[in-house]
Write a protein of this length. Structure first.
Ligand SMILES: [Zn+2]
Length: 190
């Protein structure tokens, strides 16, 4: 039990020392604070005095500064105007192209083509599809009811055909080839 008694005395002594140290540091900071504050406000005042003091520079130097400022303002103004009046097409303007002899049209949802389907290149009728079996291999034929002609026959079903077109659209968007079609389809609008 004596050991526990001496432990508590030791704890009290350590606690007293820590409390004393905290008070000493706190007192020092308290004593120092007004001096530090005065130094800080003096520093701000001298910076302000420096910034507002008159400087003597050659007049040609002022003209250079004016010219640089005017050029900067003009550049920013022109950029803003160009951005505001821009008619640059984006890839979402690319909603039509020709694949496998048919005209394909689509729209975009979450950046991907959707609602993709084929139209007759001659009369613009929506094409109908039918399946044929060719020695067990499924083939899809696109047919125009108005012109009474088959426009294309491709291996696979309807989804395979649309998937093939989507891969071409994806390729042309990545390579930038889509711009050729958009510019050809919609002549420059100013
Ligand atoms: Zn047709």
């Amino acid at each position: 039990m004596t050991s526990s008694g001496s432990d508590s005395i030791k704890t009290n002594v350590i606690g007293g020392v820590i409390a004393g140290a905290v008070l000493a540091v706190g007192g020092a900071v308290w004593a120092f604070a007004p001096a530090a504050w005065k130094w800080f406000t003096d520093l701000l005042a001298s910076i302000w005095a420096h910034l507002t003091s008159a400087a003597t520079v050659p007049t040609w130097w002022l003209y250079i500064l004016y010219a640089i400022s005017a050029a900067a303002v003009l550049t920013v103004a022109l950029r803003v105007r160009a951005a505001a009046t821009s008619t640059e097409p984006t890839f979402t303007d690319y909603t039509e192209d020709r694949f496998m002899g048919a005209v394909w049209r689509w729209r975009y949802a979450h950046g991907a083509p959707t609602g993709t389907w084929a139209f007759c290149p001659r009369c613009d009728t929506v094409l109908v599809y039918s399946y044929q079996r060719d020695y067990g291999d499924l083939k899809t034929t696109l047919h125009c009811e108005t012109c009474r002609v088959d426009i294309a026959t491709e291996p696979g079903d309807r989804d395979d055909l649309v998937g093939k077109v989507h891969r071409q659209i994806d390729r042309k968007i990545r390579t930038g080839e889509w711009k050729n079609y958009v510019e050809r389809a919609a002549p420059a609008q100013t």
